[in-house]
Design a protein. Structure first.
Lengths: 476, 313
């Protein structure tokens, strides 16, 4: 499939096949360096990542299986003008998602107005009925979010999915930049690149801004992690470190006298804001899964009393459901009164009989996803699958049609990437990170570019062998 | 600081210290085993290496008789022996990884690099030379870690917990050498004074890197009661029991100052220092060296659990 290239554009999508201006300086610089130079720098990058211990465990495996996410040294560059449009779209989307959540756990006007069918909300596995009794402090549900964007042409950006639970990968955005600045200081002197390092300060300010009214003085925020065996533990620890706040596990917290406290060497200390990186199900064994050892018994009662903020709010996952996604354009219009700035991929909901029939007839061309799947698991990419894989998927689809959606296979843009044979185009996506505090929504200029390292592959997830790149937003 | 973080720092300090200690025990045993065999106890150095490491029971359950090969493997590489160098490094790294936020990058890298390098070793392909190089490497790792802590860590409560763990572990280690080898230090052995005893005494000094210090302090040939004096009461000797007690009390005092509160751990530690500082070595011999050591080990263990109750739980 001919795809738009981030560096060269593409003639059939309106590009010229020449180097795009935004990549001009980089291309010129790369052309004047030898392949030995790049080999040496790649080895240095790998060493650097291993030394600082940025590893992740695949599917919850133990320490023995820690491995690196491959890092590619060719950056992905976004022009200032392109970025400003993405930023406006992301801010609009974050506002709409928060308004949508406040509505479905409150007056439910969007359901009564027929924007979203009730069963899509009420039978959603991420729906938390407890939240109908609870107003999160400052009314924010999704504080930390990220959208997975893909590009298909010069001006064609689509949102592939929203992440309103835990958009992971922000530590890679920050470490990738750090590594690039160490490896190629001369490139940073030749470009005006918007800084991403401000993310952790912005996150801390965001967390403090949503502290409940009951907090006294400077609010105490913590990061709540499931522990070192979680695949994203490095990120949890990294964020706590950069923010200078405690990284706690469930066992470090307890509920007493209407508040949440942490056990410290100086006795109990009050906690006002919990940036939790554990799922809703594990937050509070009294309210959710009773076998959870990761959470804090009684936490939800303190939350209900408005004496602690949980970031993101329980139940926020409804908004990144793949079925809810299909209604996003209408949701944005309903809550903001504006047309969506970022397009949503046209999607067939297999729960609707006509759509299902179409999807079954066109499995070979479509991407079919599980509504509740993530991480690139449980999806079918028609054009790159064998007939046997398609037939197996057809059976799954027929067994439970409402568990699936289907989309046209998008020609994700490519970006030059170092692979075994040298420099070659590989498909990329982009995950920018959005923060919604009590007063404002901000997007860090940059994000995580994920790259499918296998030729032709459209699956960029790290769990499926994807790598990452530094992402530059030019400050023009 | 979170109690769990303090706990991890404390145990990281203990495990790094224990890894170093195990390496020293193995070095000393290898050295002793290269001497002419003592007919009375052939291979006795391997039994005592296992005894000093306090793993005699589990070792016996797996191996039976102690030999150079099985002791080296058990103390250095066995994943089921919690005091093996492998486990100590692994536990230290697991603790470090669980509270990366409390460590400087230098300290983390010292431990993480060591763990990565350890995992590239192939124990099955080691001969005596490469095993000795491995022990030398390991001691270097612990010195690099120690240096990184000393040079880069903020002198806050976290630092005190790391150092406290190391001091408690060190006290326990020296006491266990004395527990296993006390009979060599008793005055009755004096007339024997054969070549082998001499090597035994110098081995004890090597196990706590004190051979050179001994000469500086006493300026005479090695006498068992002076070895005992150096290892128990000499305040300048960093691994002596009194010195370790000084360290423990010092770090507990810093914590008390930081938190503006003294507790049972401080009282216990101060009492230990006072008691030891008032003793002479002949008094210890008179009332029984072994009884003294046994009592010290149990008091040190009690102190560790009081520290845990006061700060780490």
């Amino acid at each position: 499939m001919a795809a738009y290239d981030e560096m060269f554009g593409a003639s059939h999508t309106g590009g010229t096949g020449e180097v795009r201006p935004v990549y001009g300086e980089l291309k010129h610089w790369m052309d004047t360096r030898s392949s030995e130079f790049f080999d040496a720098r790649r080895r240095q990058a790998e060493l650097f990542f291993r030394r600082i211990g940025i590893t992740f465990a695949v599917g919850g495996e133990q320490e023995a299986h820690e491995r690196l996410i491959p890092f590619d040294i060719v950056p992905r560059i976004i022009s200032g003008a392109e970025w400003r449009r993405l930023e406006r779209g992301l801010i609009q989307r974050a506002r709409a998602l928060n308004a949508f959540l406040a509505d479905i756990y409150g007056p439910a006007e969007c359901i009564r107005a027929g924007i979203v069918p009730p069963d899509v909300i009420y039978r959603n596995p991420q729906y938390r009925v407890e939240m109908t009794r609870i107003r999160p402090p400052n009314g924010v549900y999704v504080h930390v979010s990220g959208a997975d964007l893909v590009r298909t042409g010069e001006d064609e950006f689509f949102v592939l999915e929203d992440n309103t639970r835990t958009p992971s990968g922000v530590s890679y955005m920050l470490e990738n930049r750090e590594v690039m600045m160490r490896l190629f200081p001369e490139l940073f002197a030749r470009h005006r690149i918007a800084p991403v390092e401000t993310y952790t300060d912005a996150l801390l300010a965001c967390l403090k801004s949503v502290a409940p009214a009951s907090s006294e003085g400077d609010p105490t925020a913590v990061v709540l992690t499931p522990g070192p065996f979680n695949s994203a533990f490095y990120e949890h620890s990294f964020l706590a470190d950069k923010m200078g706040i405690e990284l706690v596990e469930g066992g470090d917290l307890f509920v007493d006298e209407g508040g949440v406290f942490m056990r410290t060497t100086e006795g109990p200390r009050r906690v006002d804001v919990i940036y939790r990186r554990i799922d809703d199900d594990f937050l509070d064994p009294i309210v959710f899964r009773s076998d959870s050892l990761l959470g804090v018994p009684g936490l939800m009662s303190v939350y209900e009393a408005g004496r602690v903020a949980i970031v993101n709010a329980p139940g926020a996952g409804v908004a990144d459901d793949k079925c809810v996604y299909t209604y996003m354009s209408d949701i944005i219009r309903f809550f903001t009164g504006e047309e969506a700035i970022l397009k949503t991929v046209p999607t067939w909901r297999c729960r609707e009989p006509e759509s299902l029939a179409y999807v079954l007839d066109h499995l070979g061309e479509l991407v079919v996803k599980e509504v509740n799947g993530s991480g690139g698991y449980g999806m079918l990419v028609g054009p790159t699958s064998t007939q046997a894989e398609i037939d197996a998927f057809r059976a799954k689809l027929l067994h439970q049609p409402d568990g699936f959606i289907a989309q046209p296979t998008l020609a994700l843009s490519t970006c030059p990437t170092f692979v075994q044979q040298g420099l070659a185009p590989r498909h990329v996506d982009l995950r920018p990170f959005v923060l919604t505090g009590a007063k404002e929504v901000q997007v860090t200029p940059g994000g995580l570019t994920r790259v499918a390292l296998t030729q032709g592959s459209l699956v960029v997830n790290s769990s499926q062998g994807g790598g990452t790149k530094d992402t530059w937003v030019l400050d023009e | 600081m979170l109690s769990r973080t303090a706990d991890s720092l404390y145990w990281m300090g203990r495990y790094m210290e224990r890894a170093d200690f195990t390496a020293r025990i193995l070095e000393a045993a290898i050295r002793l085993s290269s001497l002419p065999v003592d007919d009375a106890s052939p291979g006795g150095e391997w039994d005592s290496a296992v005894a000093i490491s306090d793993v005699a029971e589990p070792f016996l359950a797996v191996h039976g008789a102690a030999t150079e090969a099985n002791v080296c493997d058990y103390l250095a590489f066995n994943p089921d022996n919690p005091s093996s160098i492998r486990c100590c490094l692994g536990f230290a790294r697991a603790n470090a990884r669980a509270m990366r936020t409390a460590l400087t990058p230098e300290v983390w890298e010292a431990i993480n690099d060591a763990w990565n390098e350890f995992n590239r070793l192939d124990p099955d392909k080691m001969d005596v030379q490469s095993f000795s190089r491995f022990l030398e490497w390991l001691k270097g790792v612990v010195r690099a870690y120690d240096g990184a802590v000393h040079h880069t860590q903020l002198r806050n409560d976290g630092y005190a917990f790391m150092r406290l763990g190391a001091a408690v572990e060190r006290a326990d280690n020296t006491a266990r050498i004395l527990d296993v080898k006390y009979h060599l230090l008793l005055p009755e052995n004096e007339p024997v004074g054969g070549g082998l005893d001499y090597f035994q005494w110098s081995t004890i000094l090597r196990e706590v890197s004190a051979l050179t210090s001994y000469r500086w302090v006493y300026r005479e040939s090695i006498k068992p009661w002076l070895v005992a004096d150096l290892l128990i009461l000499n305040r300048q000797m960093p691994r002596s029991l009194l010195s370790c007690c000084d360290d423990i009390a010092h770090h507990l005092d810093r914590l008390a100052a930081a938190y503006s509160r003294r507790g049972p751990a401080q009282r216990l530690a101060t009492a230990s220092v006072g008691r030891l500082a008032g003793l002479r070595i002949d008094q210890i011999f008179q009332s029984g060296l072994h009884e003294f050591i046994i009592r010290f080990i149990s008091e040190n263990a009690r102190l560790s659990s009081v520290i845990a109750e006061q700060y780490l739980l």
